[in-house]
Ligand binder design. Structure first.
Ligand SMILES: *Cc1c(COP(=O)(O)O)cnc(C)c1O
Length: 381
């Protein structure tokens, strides 16, 4: 079955649920035993719930993985993977331009617990060879990265990591499995903030993990059940419903973003446009090899590189909503410096090129003419 079909059909059999076309919400904390000692598929909702299983199986299919796991948020998913893979004394190497929340989790919670956290600029995969130490257990990648859309060569980095016995996790939130499937490129673990494109309508917080290795699955599942950061059935239902239109939505996000990126390049007040679909983007050639298309996220730097200019532009926009998050049907704009990367120290932001005059656009699926008109009026005096 092809991707768009699997997104709609895999994970759920109506014959097992009174032929309900959509998965019912199993709004229950526990499941009744017939007799003491009975072996049952579902016992207690922290360990498992049929609505959640439908979502976990669907995601596994989309990522071409054997197993899926759902969590209460993207951060809960990231936390579970890190805890399953690392013990005190171990090291994780993360790509330098990491999502702000993952950066905070690693530096403020993992490092004080005795796990070594180091960051590396991995645009050149050879850098990884130099960064790996005998303590390294896990490589943490994002591609494309947030907010400047840096690309990591997943196959090359996975080969180097594996030759040192290091596992590879990829945060695939920006690409989604529709555009990029990291396990097929050599990675061991995929994580998602399903809050973004997978759920897709800015109305749910949820995290997902996909793995094929049975031991990794059991280790992450152990954390999921022991720590209990699981989503409720309603959130699983909403995410499943979002996933049914993922293929359609991603095509439209990409169509619109390609048009917007090209248009922004011709605007006098814009100093720089970051979009992997632009031939001038440093990751363009790599993106062509490991992604189907280039996604819906664009970052820009205004010529007037001040917070005031960024603020004026964001305030003048009528359709683009100034908000955290991305990947919804509506267009969003984010001031990365104070919003998504607010928890990153100023020196790190400066080193990564996350500046006060920078803005990240999440291009929605509205009519392209209205989006371009809105951007044009907001760029005027
Ligand atoms: C939003 C986001 C997260 C965190 O997910 P939550 O669902 O907000 O907990 C992690 N990684 C990336 C790339 C994100 O954009």
């Amino acid at each position: 079955m092809k991707f768009a079909t699997r997104a709609i059909h895999i994970g759920y059999q109506s014959a097992d649920h009174n032929r309900a076309v959509m998965p019912p919400l199993y709004q229950t904390s526990a499941f009744a035993y017939d007799h003491i000692g009975e072996s049952m598929p579902y016992v207690y909702a922290r360990s498992g719930n049929p609505t959640r299983s439908a979502l976990e199986d669907c995601l596994a299919s989309l990522e071409e993985a054997r197993h899926g796991l759902a969590f209460a948020s993207g951060m809960a998913a990231i936390d579970a993977v890190l805890r399953a893979c690392l013990k005190p004394g171990d090291e994780v190497i993360a790509v330098a331009d990491l999502y702000g929340g993952a950066y905070r989790l690693m530096t403020r919670l993992l490092a004080p617990a005795g796990i070594k956290v180091s960051f590396a600029d991995l645009r050149d995969p050879a850098q990884l060879e130099a960064a790996i130490t005998p303590a390294t257990r896990l490589l943490w990648l994002e591609s494309p990265t947030n907010p400047l859309l840096g690309m990591a060569d997943i196959p090359a980095l996975s080969r180097i990591a594996h030759s040192h016995g290091v596992k590879v996790a990829v945060d695939n939130t920006f690409a989604t499995p529709y555009l990029q499937r990291p396990l097929t490129l050599g990675a061991d673990i995929v994580v998602h903030s399903a809050t973004k494109y997978l759920a897709g309508h800015s109305d749910v917080l949820l995290g997902l993990v996909a793995v094929s290795d049975d031991k990794l699955y059991h280790d992450i599942r152990f954390v999921q059940n022991s720590a209990g950061a699981v989503p409720g059935p309603q959130d699983c239902f909403l995410t499943l419903r979002g996933i049914k239109t993922l293929a359609l939505r991603m095509e439209r996000h990409c169509d619109n973003a390609e048009r917007v990126a090209e248009w922004l390049c011709g605007q006098e007040r814009i100093a720089e446009v970051f979009y992997p679909g632009l031939p001038g983007h440093p990751g363009h050639a790599l993106a062509r090899t490991q992604m189907k298309r280039f996604g819906g996220i664009i970052s820009i730097r205004l010529k007037d590189d001040s917070r005031e200019a960024a603020s004026r532009f964001a305030k003048r926009l009528r359709l683009f909503v100034l908000a955290e998050s991305l990947g919804g049907v509506e267009s969003l704009i984010n001031h990365s410096y104070t919003m998504s990367h607010g928890s990153m120290p100023a020196e790190n932001k400066a080193a990564l090129g996350i500046l006060e005059g920078g803005l990240r656009l999440s291009i929605g699926i509205e009519d392209i003419d209205d989006l371009l008109a809105d951007l044009a009026q907001a760029l005027q005096d």
